[in-house]
Design a protein around this ligand. Structure first.
Ligand code: FES
Length: 356
């Protein structure tokens, strides 16, 4: 957050450098210097496994302190267009402003930010960061027992939590269930195994689903019999989250369940879509009932704001000018002119106008 004095300096600098921006001059001296965002240099790249990399990012301007479990929006410029995606921070939280953090990225095969960072980013590349955010965090007062359940790249926010816990003198017991199709596909497995060998507060359960099946109600009861008295943190694909939601709900224990998802859980959609008009961009696109407004806009080459693409970060909101929308997570119809709508989790339910 700038002080008012800093704000005045930036305003003056903008007047003096018009029509360019102060950042345009600053970057002539150092590409990491900027008034308007946090630029970071990729300072280290670690191959975790095929299609998964950890990137260490260093900034000149210190980022605000983050809480373990939070995510950060990372922007890269491809062909002159800024593409932004949210990633969980995997480094331990320090509680103070920081110039360094790590993210672990899994390629999606969709050709976006994740694929670029996994397949093409190299040490020295510049990326754009925004301040960390997110509600998937540990409570200030730790409970006596934490259960963490991660599948696939869902391990990333939970890894930051256990790395942070490992640096403090806490007395909380942690039971960590790490899932993937096979043991070899478990991201950060070696570090978590080492942690379980070094710390008696940390118990690790490896769950290769190809051999053991899904981590279901019976598995939970058998592996973590006292789960109902713990606070549980879960991050993974929609199927896992639907499963845990149903188990905790049936035990009236949702107040002890905390979840983070990387993909949207979609409802069964019946109905028709419509033509979406992106009025500022003067583009239109016919879309089905299950095509998100965000996807339709990108398909029409509209510069759509986006982040997590899963209904979490609210970066994608734009004003609705006309028409009704369908929430892809619930199937419910909604929308009035002037509503700010999340384009990643809504689709057109008729002809629609968006002010973007
Ligand atoms: S992109 Fe994050 S809520 Fe839509």
């Amino acid at each position: 957050m700038y002080s008012s004095r800093m704000t005045r300096i930036v305003t003056l600098a903008k007047r003096l450098t018009t029509p360019l921006l102060p950042d345009d001059y600053l970057t002539l001296f150092n590409p990491l210097l900027t008034f308007d965002s946090y630029r970071a240099r990729v300072s280290q790249v670690t191959e975790e496994m095929p299609g998964v990399r950890t990137l260490q990012l260093q900034t000149v301007r210190a980022l605000p302190p983050f809480t373990c479990g939070q995510h950060i929006r990372v922007g890269i410029d491809l062909n002159g267009v800024r593409h932004v995606r949210s990633f969980s921070i995997t480094s331990a939280a320090t509680g103070v402003p920081s110039r360094e953090l790590t993210i672990t990225v899994k390629a999606t095969g969709e050709g976006g930010v994740s694929d670029h960072l996994v397949h093409r980013a190299t040490v020295g590349d510049i990326v754009h960061l925004e301040p960390p955010s997110g509600e998937f965090t540990l409570p200030f007062e730790l409970p006596h027992h934490l259960v963490m359940i991660a599948a696939g790249s869902g391990v990333t926010p939970l890894l930051s939590m256990v790395r942070t816990l490992a640096q403090t003198g806490h007395r909380t017991r942690v039971t960590f269930v790490l899932g993937a199709r096979t043991t070899q596909e478990m991201i950060h497995r070696s570090e978590l195994v080492a942690l379980s060998e070094d710390h008696d507060w940390f118990e690790l359960i490896l769950w290769p689903s190809a051999a053991l099946g899904h981590f279901d109600r019976a598995a939970l009861q058998r592996e973590v019999p006292d789960w109902q008295s713990a606070q549980t943190y879960v991050c993974g694909p929609p199927g896992l989250l639907t499963q845990v939601d149903s188990i905790w709900r049936s035990h009236d224990a949702l107040d002890r369940l905390h979840t983070e998802q990387f993909q949207t859980r979609l409802a069964k959609i019946n109905g028709k879509g419509g033509t979406i008009s992106f009025t500022k961009s003067q583009r239109t696109k016919a879309a089905t009932a299950t095509t998100s407004l965000l996807q339709a806009g990108e398909d029409a080459d509209v510069l759509m704001p986006s982040g997590c693409r899963a209904g979490i970060c609210h970066t994608c909101v734009v004003p609705l000018k006309a028409g009704k929308l369908r929430d892809l997570r619930t199937g419910e119809l909604h929308g009035e002119p002037g509503d700010m709508v999340q384009t990643c989790v809504n689709a057109a339910a008729c002809d629609v106008e968006l002010d973007v």
